[in-house]
Each structure stands twice: as structure tokens, then as C-alpha cells.
Design a protein around this ligand. Sequence first.
Ligand SMILES: CC(C)(COP(=O)(O)OP(=O)(O)OC[C@H]1O[C@@H](n2cnc3c(N)ncnc32)[C@H](O)[C@@H]1OP(=O)(O)O)[C@@H](O)C(=O)NCCC(=O)NCCS
Length: 180
Amino acid sequence: MLQGTICTLRPYRAGDLEALVEAADDPEVTRWMTAGFPHPYTRTDGERWLAIALLDDPPNHFAIEAAGAFAGAIGILPRSGEHHGSAIFGYWLGQRFWGRGIATDAARTLARHAFGSRGLRRLEASVFVPNVASVRVLEKAGFSLEGRMRASYVERDGTVCDALLYARLATDPDPDAISG
Ligand SMILES: CC(C)(COP(=O)(O)OP(=O)(O)OC[C@H]1O[C@@H](n2cnc3c(N)ncnc32)[C@H](O)[C@@H]1OP(=O)(O)O)[C@@H](O)C(=O)NCCC(=O)NCCS
């Protein structure tokens, strides 16, 4: 369990299924998630995901809980080989939880854990250029823009767009220490 300021990151539970499917089965949530995040998001998709997430050891995937409710999820995907020590970083929230600073708090909390107990060196996230809210979350969580990958992504409606690569290193300043 990782305690943030306004949310908690905790391991998934089998009982998250209903709330997970309800929050994830939303085209506005899926829109700029990578294609591995299904849409429509069915009960079977939720069961498949929970079967993976419940076996997670050490935990890479966390449910985001806010005000006692399942609000969404955040996780890291540690890389191997020449990328050892680096992890891909991703998150999403059910729409009714947007706009309250929850993703920023969750991202800061998971980054602290990833660089602390998990000993990672680098976290990185690629964002569809129009996903302005996610760009803001990464910036507020201490990630820096490293590059623009032109025409790298295809949106679910077929529109081609650029992707932005953001990363934060363990040695970068901790935004919690800067802004509280
Ligand atoms: C991206 C997402 C996680 C943000 O969650 P959130 O809890 O609402 O984010 P926060 O409240 O912490 O911060 C959002 C920031 O984006 C800003 N923002 C939101 N929508 C915006 C828009 N359309 N234009 C400009 N800024 C916007 C907010 O004002 C806030 O910035 P501020 O604090 O400087 O004002 C949420 O929108 C989501 O789940 N989207 C769908 C899944 C997704 O895209 N995941 C990320 C894939 S890379």
C-alpha cells in the first residue's frame, strides 16, 4: 500500500471487478490509452486483467483508491536487457474522478516508490500529443520532455498524431520536495 496525499495506491482485489469494468468501459478513458487497453471493456477483459494483476509480485500494478472508492489504476512495466533499471509508466482514472489532482498525486506517489524501494533508474511515458491532461500530470510529477516522435501514433478513429516522450530519472528533482 502506497499512501499519497489524496489517494492510496493498493494492490488490486478480486472485488474490484465491477468498479474496474464500470470505469474502464468508457471511450473517453480509452481514447489515448495504447491499444492493449480494450474498448469496449467487458467483464471478461476485467477478469483477464485481474487474473494477471492479482499475481503481481513484486507489485507493478496498483489500484488507485480515492475517498474509499476504486478510481482507476497506475503501474510500471519494468524493462529488461539493455533497458534494465528502466520502466514504462502508465495510469488512467474513471471519468468521474478527473480534474481533482488524483492522477498527479498517484504519479508522484508511484514514482517515489519506483525510485525508492524498487531502485529503478528511469521512468518513461509516451503520450498522444492531444492528451493535454496527461502531459500536465507528467510535468507536475517531475517528468521532462525528451522528444517528439512524429506521426508515431494512430488514434482509435484512425487519426495519425505525434507522440511525446516524457521521462524522469531517479536523480531528477522530486516535485514533492519542491512544491510540497
Ligand atoms: C490523464 C488523466 C489520468 C488525468 O487525471 P486527473 O486526475 O484529471 O489529472 P490531474 O487533476 O492530476 O491533472 C490534470 C491537469 O491537466 C489539466 N487539464 C485537464 N484537461 C485539460 C485540457 N483539456 N486542456 C488543458 N489542460 C487540461 C488540468 O487543469 C490539470 O492541470 P493543472 O493542475 O495545471 O490545472 C485522466 O484524464 C484520464 O484518466 N484520462 C484517460 C486515460 C489516459 O489518457 N491516461 C494517460 C495515458 S498517457
